[in-house]
Design a protein around this ligand. Sequence first.
Ligand code: HEM
Ligand code: HEM
Length: 177
Amino acid sequence: MNDYKKYSLSIRLIHWIMALLIAIQFVTILYAKVMGEEGSLTFLMIQLHHASGILVLLFLILRVVARNIGKYPELPATYFSKREQMHAKVGQYLLYILMLFMPVTGYIIMDSSPYNVHFFQFAMPDIMQEKESTMNVVMELHEIGAWVIGFFVLGHIAFVIKHHFAKRGARLVRRML
Ligand code: HEM
Ligand code: HEM
């Protein structure tokens, strides 16, 4: 049966670009942590962490706009119970909140630190005053948020894979390709 509905091209593109950017966030910071503070590659990784994090925020804005224009394909009621549809929806909203929370807290850490936020060599707007206590608190929040978004992304992938194979006719993965 080929009656599944795809997400719009813009949502599909943004979904995969953002998944890649978020993966870059974890790889860059893990590299920096494993290799230590010294070294030009570590410096590049940290720069990449900031730049790709800022891109997450920009793409998130585009994504919210794309979601609100045009048709949005709900999960097919023939395959998903009301409860499963509700779980999927709550999970998606939490992912959206986390995709906002992470770049915003990341930006605040850098903005309240003695350094400016950079998008590679371009200086970003300096919004906050330098304040060590703010930086420390928000750093904690950013670290907790990183665990939470990591957990939810893994849960999301598990949900998709499980239902893709359990309800083959729904073509879950195809909807996003
Ligand atoms: C989706 C966006 C982001 C994700 C998923 C993310 C993820 C992470 C992770 C996993 C860590 C390591 C936490 C730990 O120590 O346990 C981290 C640390 C950090 N992030 Fe982000 N981040 C994001 C955006 C940003 C942005 C936009 C900035 C700044 C402009 C930023 C600045 C930092 C800083 C300064 C640290 C601390 C590095 C250190 O420990 O020396 N992050 N982030
Ligand atoms: C950082 C990683 C990811 C995030 C933040 C994320 C987030 C989301 C969100 C919010 C949606 C709802 C549609 C939308 O509003 O765009 C969605 C749908 C979807 N995602 Fe992901 N995703 C990630 C990675 C993945 C990966 C690795 C896969 C591969 C298994 C995947 C497969 C899907 C599929 C198939 C859908 C459509 C589900 C449906 O039909 O409703 N996602 N994702």
